[in-house]
Ligand binder design. Structure first.
Ligand code: ADP
Ligand code: MG
Length: 545
């Protein structure tokens, strides 16, 4: 036989290993969950491969996961008859950070200036978590491909691993973990059973522990709503989204027309994009009669719904639909359309029935809904009803909808006005608001950078124009309060304007004129460009620098 070949872990893997081993999880249990979830993924992939490939090694092996414990030897073994790995795949998958999870994790640590409470628990770092408890890990694996071979991957997690050929293997992967002395209790059957019951009861394939099946649950999303408990919903979320937190909310529905669909969609407990984890990948999986077609189909839902987790199952999909053909499948698009509509309707309902919950959702995920208003023409109108802002009529920190604004509009008021700025204080101490206050006109405060773009794209709400309050040529009507003091004679006024225009120069101002807008301030700069608010201009300038 050939001698084992020694490989170094990629530098990033070493970093992850270091964090995992030294500081990451107080909860060591999760390594079982990670490995069982990998085994389940490998079985899903095999089941999918079986739909399109004829030549599969060990084709008649059952699709199941087998765990065995040996408390004398202090070992635990996890075996699946899944897709297995070739030699190259071993190096790629278990020697580098090929998958997005751990990579995002590292980036976030760097951006946040180190590991903090927020980051811990947001992520499962997958396979590498086994080194929290292992003295040594052996991965025996054999690919489904007929012409493949078996390999053994070995490591103690300290910086190197070895790969060697290994004869006589069945298809799939078997991971043998020799536990560190202080974690030997993971080799006790009762301990592992307890963990499996908590984390792995939703696995679609039989999970056997020392020969006895431990999971018996049926697919939650296919069940009747009334038969699913709140706890079951929460547990399924953790399982499906590989999450460690609790969902904020969920929507479970089924329909027969226009398409047969069962969907269970979750709003997660937190927004990783706000925590600096980079762009979220779509997280609603697509199934056909329980069989996973794609865990994160990018074509199913519009981009701005990428924060959602869950499952969509449609019996109308062709089983052997490939990921490529999904891209132009009108069926998949229609499915996504149904889900998006339902979801928006669901949120509208939450906003009516549970204001507190809606506000929580808004504050965490509102930015995605805004993105939807700005980018998704199909859903813009319905989505705009969900928008919330502070305004000159709200207390600091409190929010209003556009509908509530419209309901408060004065009969003669022509438009919905907004001002963009970095903070409420900045807007209220600037000169722009003055004219509106003097006329008791409400102004929406746009405090997030995206708000400006949202307003520019929305343009109208319930047939009222949405107008930036810093535009020139706004006809605001008469002020209820007049400016005090004496008016300048016309010649002096003209001379002053001319002098200002000359002094400021053509590059700065297009025109200087006297107006009725202001009450207390002597002058303000207005925006002649209808397409761009002053705030946007400042942002563009900042970007250009
Ligand atoms: P993730 O599951 O998020 O991709 P992991 O660290 O858990 O990340 O696993 C890394 C990769 O190793 C997986 O994407 C998969 O390609 C491979 N892998 C892990 N366990 C198995 C297994 N039991 N069978 C086949 N491939 C596996
Ligand atoms: Mg994994």
């Amino acid at each position: 036989t050939q001698a084992p070949e020694t490989h170094e872990f990629q530098a990033e893997v070493k970093q992850v290993l270091d964090i995992v081993v030294h500081s990451l999880y107080t909860d060591k249990d999760i390594f079982v969950r990670e490995l069982v979830s990998n085994a389940s993924d490998a079985l899903e992939k095999l089941r999918h491969t079986q739909l399109t490939e004829k030549d599969i090694f060990d084709d008649n092996l059952p699709l199941e996961i087998n765990l065995t414990t040996d408390d004398k030897a202090g070992t635990i073994t996890i075996q699946d008859f899944g897709i297995g790995m070739t030699r190259d795949e071993l190096v790629e998958n278990l020697g580098t950070i090929a998958h997005s999870g751990s990579k995002a994790f590292l980036t976030a640590i760097k951006e946040n200036g180190g590991l903090n409470e927020n980051l811990i628990g947001q992520f499962g770092v997958g396979f590498y978590s086994v080194f929290m408890v292992a003295k040594e890990v052996k991965v025996f694996t054999r690919t489904w491909k007929k012409d493949g071979e078996g390999f053994l991957w070995t490591s103690d997690g300290s910086g190197k691993y070895t790969i060697e050929p290994s004869e006589g293997q069945r298809r799939g992967t078997k991971i043998v973990i020799t536990l560190l002395d202080e974690y030997k209790d993971f080799a006790q059957e009762s301990r592992v059973k307890d963990i499996l019951e908590r984390y792995s009861s939703f696995i679609e394939f039989p999970v056997n522990l020392n020969g006895t099946k431990v999971n018996t649950t049926q697919a939650v999303w296919l069940k009747n709503k009334n038969d699913v408990s709140e706890d079951e919903y929460k547990e399924f979320y953790k399982f499906q989204a590989k999450a460690f937190d609790e969902p904020m909310d969920w929507m479970h529905f089924s329909a027969d027309a226009p398409l047969a669909v069962n969907a269970l969609i979750y709003i997660p407990g937190s927004n990783p994009e706000l925590l600096g984890f980079g762009r979220t990948e779509p997280g609603v999986a697509l199934h056909c009669r329980k069989i996973l077609i794609d865990p994160e189909p990018p074509e199913l839902l519009p981009d701005w719904l990428r924060f959602l987790k869950g499952v969509v199952d449609s019996a109308d999909l062709p089983l052997n639909i490939s990921r490529e053909s999904m891209q132009d499948s009108s069926l998949v698009k229609r499915l996504g359309e149904v889900i998006s509509k339902r979801f928006i309707k669901h949120l509208a309902e939450v906003s009516r029935k549970d204001a507190e919950k809606f506000e929580k959702i808004w504050r965490t995920f509102g930015v995605f809904l805004k993105e939807g208003v700005a980018t998704d023409f199909t859903h813009r109108e319905k989505l705009s009803e969900l928008l919330r802002f502070e305004s000159s009529e709200t207390e600091p920190g409190k929010l209003t909808s556009l509908q509530a604004y419209v309901d408060r509009m004065k009969p003669e008021q022509k438009a919905i006005y907004f001002l963009a700025g970095p903070s409420r204080k900045a807007i209220e101490s600037g000169p722009y608001l003055e004219a509106f206050k003097a006329r008791s006109l409400e102004v929406i405060y746009c405090l997030e950078p995206i708000d400006d773009f949202v307003m520019q794209h929305l343009r109208q709400f319930k047939e009222k124009d949405i107008v930036s309050a810093d535009q020139d040529e706004l006809d605001l009507g008469d002020a209820t309060k007049e400016a005090e003091g004496e008016e300048l004679p016309k010649e002096q006024l003209d001379a002053l304007c001319a002098w200002l225009k000359e002094t400021l120069g053509e590059n700065r101002v297009k025109e200087v004129s006297a107006g009725k807008r202001l009450v207390d301030s002597p002058a303000l700069a207005l925006n002649a460009d209808k397409m761009m608010t002053s705030h946007m201009r400042r942002m563009m300038k900042a970007i250009a620098q």
